[in-house]
Design a protein around this ligand. Structure first.
Ligand code: G3P
Length: 218
């Protein structure tokens, strides 16, 4: 399972990268705004800064919602760095743009996916990644994990190579449950990755090992 971090915060990206388990980064306009990154030039520079920290794929989202605009903007993003994946919304022109980019060798991430039918369309359009939003479905009392399960079944039925990128992950149990279901990638906040480290028995066990070592070597 690949681990992506879902943030535009460079310190958090560095921390996850230094842990040695990071496979990529996802961003969106809200995450950019949260870091105070505004203005086209600053946003483009920020994507390059992120690419220079991580080794893997970095999703950069288009703002345009029409086909021509998405192609222009997506190409500009793709030209920034070889690690850039063009993130496109699941709307009619987004699907068309996805097909265009996949036919032209540009990686894509189809985002804002909330149904198996949308995921099927993204796969047929050749998306590199599809991003079902788990947490936002849970927020409205709908089983987000069930969506991941349905997409897994559909993709496996036909051997689609589109990777299921479980997004809107909020906590460690989302990560673990997505791993059980077979999501290819998860993207979540730093806490959803570092939270996997913790277990009280690990801390108690280590404390005892060190205390016993000290006894025998003092
Ligand atoms: O990757 C999608 C993500 O950024 C949305 O997460 O927590 O805003 O639902 P959230």
């Amino acid at each position: 399972m690949k681990f992506f971090i879902d943030t535009a915060n460079l310190d958090q990206i560095k921390e996850a990268q230094e842990l040695g388990v990071l496979d990529g980064v996802t961003t969106n306009p809200s995450l950019m705004a949260k870091e105070g990154i505004t203005g086209r030039d600053n946003i483009l520079k920020h994507y390059v800064d992120i690419c220079n920290i991580v080794d893997g794929d970095v999703s950069a989202e288009v703002i345009a919602t029409d086909f021509e605009g998405m192609i222009k903007e997506g190409q500009e993003l793709a030209d920034l760095h070889e690690q850039i994946v063009v993130k496109l919304p699941m709307i009619k022109d987004g699907v068309k743009a996805c097909k265009y980019f996949s036919d032209n060798g540009v990686k894509t991430n189809v985002t804002l996916v909330f149904s198996p039918g949308q995921a099927l369309l993204a796969a047929k359009a050749g998306a590199t990644y599809v991003s079902p939003f788990l947490g936002r479905l849970d927020d409205i009392s709908t089983d987000g994990l069930n969506l991941i399960e349905e997409i897994r079944m559909i993709y496996d039925n036909y051997g689609y190579e589109t990777e299921i990128l479980a997004a809107s992950i909020r906590h460690t149990m989302h990560v673990i449950n997505c791993a059980k279901i077979g999501a290819d990638v998860m993207t979540g906040p730093l806490s959803s990755i570092t939270g996997l480290l913790s277990h009280p028995l690990t801390d108690i066990g280590l404390e005892k090992f060190l205390a016993d070592y000290k006894k025998g070597n003092s």
